[in-house]
Design a binder for this molecule. Structure first.
Ligand SMILES: [Zn+2]
Ligand SMILES: [Zn+2]
Length: 113
């Protein structure tokens, strides 16, 4: 390797470092919290999985909480409906806690209603 090559490799490493840092900062600081909560997604679904890709086919599923029928314009379906996500503080995409807090043992969602 010559100096030129080393310097190119270093530049690439620096670029990767700063772009990764930027992405992680967004995640760590929950930079788009307002929008994230509006779209009812947890940190992982919103920042890490980002946009969900799926085939453009009408897909039907049921809300894991209330069993309501849900229809989506893609093959990516939400785990719970918006109402249940809001009511139980869940991520509607994966069904986990919106703040990623562990629920207490024996927590029965319907007791909250
Ligand atoms: Zn529901
Ligand atoms: Zn989620």
């Amino acid at each position: 390797m010559n100096n030129q090559e080393i310097s190119e490799i270093t530049l690439r490493a620096k670029e990767t470092y700063s772009s990764t840092l930027k992405e992680n900062l967004v995640l760590i600081t929950d930079a788009y919290k307002e929008d994230r909560l509006k779209s009812q997604g947890c940190l992982v679904c919103y920042y890490i999985h980002g946009e969900r890709f799926g085939g453009a086919a009408m897909t039907h599923s049921k809300c894991s909480m209330c069993n309501k029928s849900l229809t989506f314009g893609t093959t990516c379906v939400d785990e719970v409906c918006s109402d249940c996500a809001a009511l139980f503080g869940l991520c509607k995409i994966c069904g986990g806690d919106i703040d990623m807090k562990q629920r207490k043992k024996g927590w029965v969602p319907h007791e909250k209603i």
